[in-house]
Write a protein that binds this ligand. Structure first.
Ligand SMILES: [Zn+2]
Length: 504
């Protein structure tokens, strides 16, 4: 079996598509989980793009050991200097540098001739090699390049010292067989290809990112790049969990093996969704809520007789616990701790006391507390909030006017105010704005139920945009959807450095 290296770019290619910047703590939380998942390389950001990205890459490089930390650059010396500086304390640093190689990129974007591109590519790799031995070269828009020119660029990059060569389908244009053929062509025509690992990096514009990546792996690629839940530019990147489970489930077919702990897939997917605020569709392969649900009578009957009739992956393989017993207000601390451990959370001491108190509040509102509720509860981490919700009430007059009365505790003081709007949620947010002096605008608001049934827990997500362009995400859960919405709104405000509660 060949070794398949797994390169995660959730924090770089994934993040750059969100329209938001994750803060260092949020990036660290994801990076720690990626280590538990067992990825080989974490692309932590593009250090030259912003001071915030620089600090994130630097922090991840300093604090995470046992994994390669990679930073992206253009084929520009200053980018490479900045990237090398951000990676200085990494145990295993890697610079990922490169340049566009398709006619449209060279002529329209770079205004360079093919020979100039060849020269720049080699120079960038050589320059990066001054800092570290591990340098990955990307040939941007490789799929739309002339294959013979691509072969020349790759050979030059390897000659200059590239240890990994990335052949991306930047615009998601390839068909699986064509992408496989291109990887074969590179493997068979680049004379010094044995000195580097070939990497595949695909986009999902035609829904083929996973299929294309697998075709490339089959054709000889030794590294796959992608993001958790497939988040990324436009229609997204390759979903790493899909590629990894295809390789795992159809082991014989690819002749490769990764060092991934598949049991961490489900937890990683939930964490990335919570932190980025990008929901996972219910029908999403591998990690969707319905991925292991059998709804039709014929299928249910088959699965009860033998799971293999309609099930190709056991849910527990990706870390979805098999038993679905529920907890209630009568469940003790020990039962809660035990269940949380089965779901992958280790909580003890004061943290357990805190979670247990919140669990009892929830169990009072809902008779049964399911795993999904516990995930939400664990995701609903209290940020040190200077503002907390005490009471809220809504009254509606007619069908298009609602008044919200809200009581908040702001730095120890209890304050009440009311506001009206054309709907209860808007009225609620207006009342909070009046109390706090919040000036951020509401960019997005979503509400979904965590479990089924009338007592289901509501999970609200709020995106607030500040005057400097920064966008923050807040989450709130409650069996009362208006309370969940208010909590999410306050949670987002508490995360922004621009927010200073108004003293009345
Ligand atoms: Zn990309």
């Amino acid at each position: 079996m060949r070794r398949l290296y797994v390169f995660d770019t959730t924090l770089r290619d994934g993040e750059q598509s969100l329209g938001i910047t994750l803060n260092v703590q949020e990036k660290m939380e994801i990076a720690h989980q990626l280590v538990r998942l067992g990825v080989d390389i974490i692309e932590a950001g593009f250090p030259a793009s912003s001071p915030g990205d620089f600090v994130s890459v630097q922090t991840i490089a300093r604090d995470l050991k046992g994994v390669t930390i990679c930073g992206l650059t253009r084929a520009v010396e200053q980018d490479i200097d900045t990237c090398a500086e951000a990676l200085r304390e990494a145990e295993y640093p890697r610079i990922h540098t490169g340049i566009g190689v398709s006619p449209v990129h060279m002529e329209k974007k770079l205004l360079l001739s093919p020979d100039q591109v060849l020269e720049r590519a080699a120079a960038a790799v050589k320059y990066a090699k001054k800092y570290m031995s591990d340098v990955e070269f990307y040939a941007e828009d490789a799929f739309r390049a002339d294959p013979d020119f691509l072969v020349r660029v790759i050979a030059k990059a390897i000659e200059a010292g590239a240890t990994v060569v990335n052949i991306p389908d930047t615009v998601g244009y390839a068909n699986p067989w064509e992408y496989g053929e291109l990887i074969s062509y590179v493997v068979n025509h680049v004379p010094n290809i044995d000195q580097a690992i070939v990497s595949v990096h695909c986009h999902n514009d035609l829904g083929m990112a996973t299929a294309n990546s697998l075709a490339g792996i089959k054709a000889g690629a030794g590294q796959v790049e992608g993001t958790i839940n497939g988040i990324g530019e436009r229609a997204g990147n390759t979903s790493l969990e899909e590629v990894l489970m295809a390789v795992y489930t159809r082991r014989g077919g690819y002749g490769v093996e990764s060092r991934i702990h598949t049991k961490e897939i489900s937890a990683t997917s939930r964490l990335v969704s919570r932190i980025t605020g990008v929901p996972v569709p219910d029908h999403k392969a591998i990690v969707g809520a319905n991925a292991f649900m059998h709804a039709s009578g014929i299928h249910q009957d088959g699965v009860l007789k033998d799971r293999e009739t309609y099930e190709i992956i056991k849910p527990e393989t990706i870390g979805v616990p098999e038993n679905t017993i529920s907890l209630s207000a009568r469940s003790g601390r020990h039962a809660l701790k035990h269940r949380l451990e089965e779901l992958g959370y280790e909580v003890e001491g004061e943290a357990l006391d805190h979670v247990y108190r919140r669990f009892l509040e929830l169990a009072d509102q809902k008779k049964e507390v399911f795993d999904q509720d516990l995930y939400a509860l664990m995701g609903d981490t209290a940020v040190d909030e200077t503002v907390s919700l005490k009471r809220l009430s809504i009254s509606t007059t007619g069908i298009d006017m609602a008044t919200a009365t809200v009581t908040l505790e702001i730095e120890g003081k209890t304050l009440t105010d009311a506001a009206f709007a054309n709907g209860p949620v808007n009225a609620l947010f207006n009342a909070i704005d009046r109390l706090t002096g919040n000036e951020a605008t509401l960019d997005d608001y979503t509400l979904k139920s965590v479990t089924r049934g009338s007592e289901a827990l509501g999970d609200a997500t709020v995106k607030l945009r500040y005057s400097d362009g920064a966008v923050v995400i807040g989450k709130g859960i409650s069996t009362d959807i208006l309370e969940a919405s208010a909590k999410a709104y306050l949670n987002a405000m508490s995360k922004s450095s621009l927010f200073k509660p108004l003293h009345k």
